[in-house]
Ligand binder design. Structure first.
Ligand code: AMP
Length: 221
């Protein structure tokens, strides 16, 4: 299966993506993770990305499309593909369609996790993740057993630099203006199922809904 995972910042995409790739054996490509790795490498490109990311703005389409096209080509194999955080504009979605059509591997579905905008700031400012194994937590909704310590590997948990309230508001604004229209783009396309999931539930309940929707899709229902 080739799936795009969408949703506003704080919808829980990272948590759900990890569970989906375990369950359905897909390669997980997160544009945010790829950009953070480039930023951490200290390259000129990383410094350019940081300017946009740290202020909550979208990275320009030409840069995103080039980086993600390379990542998709590299990941090409028998397994499925889960794109997380990409595409985020209609221009990116169009470029992705061209690339996948050229490889004769079109998308099967777009999973959208919908969350009330009031809940988003609390969700994001409470997020923590493990710098070592990448496991995600939330201080209130998905707390680790010991505060600040990863249950999975025992390393210290960290907070993303763009998870502050003012940057979150910018990111939400970018989502509403630039990314929300991508859902309409996919709804008007033939051959792609748009699956909308209620994200205002526990992470386990969201996973349950996503898994049953994808199992129905696989079974051709
Ligand atoms: P994320 O981890 O998905 O929340 O992404 C973190 C930041 O990376 C975003 O706030 C953007 O600045 C940038 N970014 C990630 N994916 C994209 C994309 N598809 N288009 C533009 N910017 C992106």
């Amino acid at each position: 299966m080739r799936i795009v995972l969408m949703g506003p910042p704080g919808a829980g995409k990272g948590t759900q993506a990890k569970r989906m790739v375990d369950k359905f054996a897909m390669v997980h490509l997160s544009s945010g993770d790829i950009f953070r790795a480039e930023k951490a490498s200290g390259s000129d490109l990383g410094a350019k990305l940081a300017g946009y990311m740290d202020s909550g703005q979208l990275v320009p389409d030409d840069v995103v499309v080039e980086m993600m096209a390379k990542a998709i080509t590299r990941s090409d194999g028998p397994a499925g593909l889960l794109l997380d955080g990409f595409p985020r504009t209609v221009a990116q979605a169009e470029a992705l369609d061209v690339q996948l059509a050229g490889a004769d591997s079109p998308l099967d579905a777009v999973v959208v996790i919908l969350v009330d905008s009031d809940a988003i700031v609390e969700r994001i400012t409470g997020r923590r993740s493990c710098g070592q194994c990448g496991e995600s937590y939330h201080v209130k909704f998905l707390a680790p057993k010991a505060e600040g310590i990863c249950d999975a590997c025992g390393a210290e948990l960290t907070q993303r630099t763009d998870d502050t309230e003012s940057v979150v508001r910018e990111r939400l604004d970018a989502y509403n203006k630039q990314t929300d229209p991508v859902i309409g783009y996919y709804k008007s396309r033939d051959g792609v199922d748009v699956i909308e999931i209620n994200g205002n539930q526990t992470p386990d309940d969201v996973t349950g809904d996503v898994v049953s929707a994808l199992e129905s899709l696989k079974a051709g229902a």
